[in-house]
Write a protein that binds this ligand. Sequence first.
Ligand code: NAD
Length: 453
Amino acid sequence: MYNDTMANLIQKQKHFYRSGATRTYEYRLRQLKRLKGTLVAHEKQIIDALKRDLNKSEFEAYSTEIGIVYEELKFTIKHLKSWMVPKKAKTALTHIGSKGRIIPEPYGTTLIIAPWNYPFQLAVSPLIGALAAGNTVVMKPSELTPVMSSLLADILGSVFDEEYVAVAQGGPEVSQALLSQPVDYIFFTGSVNVGRIVMESAAKQLIPLTLELGGKSPCIVHADAPLKLTAQRIVFGKFTNAGQTCIAPDYLLVHRSVKEELIACIKEAIQEFYGSDPISNPSYGHIVSDKHFKRLASFLDNGTVACGGQTAPEILAIEPTLLDQVTWDMPVMQEEIFGPILPVLEYDRIQEAVDMINDRPKPLALYLFTREPEIEDTVVGSVSYGGGCINDTLMHIATPYLPFGGVGESGMGAYHGQGSFDTFTHYKSVLKQTQLFDFKFRYPSSKNGLKYL
Ligand code: NAD
């Protein structure tokens, strides 16, 4: 049933794309401005949907979703014209008389599959890149945030015809139906396991794709880090959206000499940001589903609870929790946590921390707190990860000047700012040859026995 509906939708979009309408600068700019206009007009509904789906506070809704999307739109509108200009390329001496060009062209009809944790930003940011690059888009938001999914369908449906931008609501069955269609590009954000399924599907039709996945992102705190400030930045990164952030610090690797003091500072920061009873704080996020709540609650007996540990099943809330005395063989260290639980591990020499990370899949993010340049060089120079911060958490995702993405198991490809335009663009290399002269030696000659000179 879904297959036929999705096949029709994709065919409609392909037909529209072939009309050439989406190729001009004026068209793309106009659509980006219309997108901006409708988002601004629906801002209150967006905030309300985030509250209803995830109990996101207005502050978080703006700082981690709406504000980032507005910035992305502003930046894209400002730079689009320059990004669209074909670049001249040098040609080799052997090609004398010819000219080279690299022409950015849209892929065509693209598919964006989004997760639930930032259900607005992670659906709309790639949309901006796809439209800027001149594509049509079918967006599949997450079924776990139904209020936002249906709002996105309404908002985008109010300004775009479905032959240009369509929202397909539903779960994995809708994704699967879309993945079986001959789209020209797939942009997937979600878990590593589903990323594998998406890549397998794409491989069948050799469809190029971006995978924005997850994993366990370490946060290293070295002995020289200023602990109060470090704790505040860790608490910000870990407990925003109740830890349901792909780049949240998953676990701490702390120099043994400062562990106790850091734990004390983290407790203080939690109290300062969320009060003495975070669960009843209306600004503190809830867990998205009963299944995820139960999975997270089962980690609470791993190691010892150094802080937090309380749950409220009736509202799917879990206190900001620190787990001490944790080892790698415990369930909490075997998978991405994706919730407000922060295990603390120790090291004595920085090389031990580096080895622990390098023994595992490449993380999406890595955070390091230190003032020592040698420590920074050792970590940045010897660990492969998607991206991250020195002396902060999360902030690398919120600038259009840094492409964002994973590496290895945490994903492939990157976006944001010009990175988004590039992701949704095929750079076509074209050589234009002169007809004014020719070098005969390039051709085989029967006179010379087909030998080149
Ligand atoms: P998910 O993989 O379960 O779902 C993502 C999307 O895939 C949803 O739209 C869902 O409907 C669809 N889907 C689910 N099962 C499918 C299947 N079998 N076939 C086809 N499509 C399917 O991920 P999630 O639970 O929504 O999000 C959490 C995960 O996403 C975490 O692992 C997190 O780290 C990761 N994530 C990564 C980023 C990033 O930018 N790298 C951002 C946010 C979340």
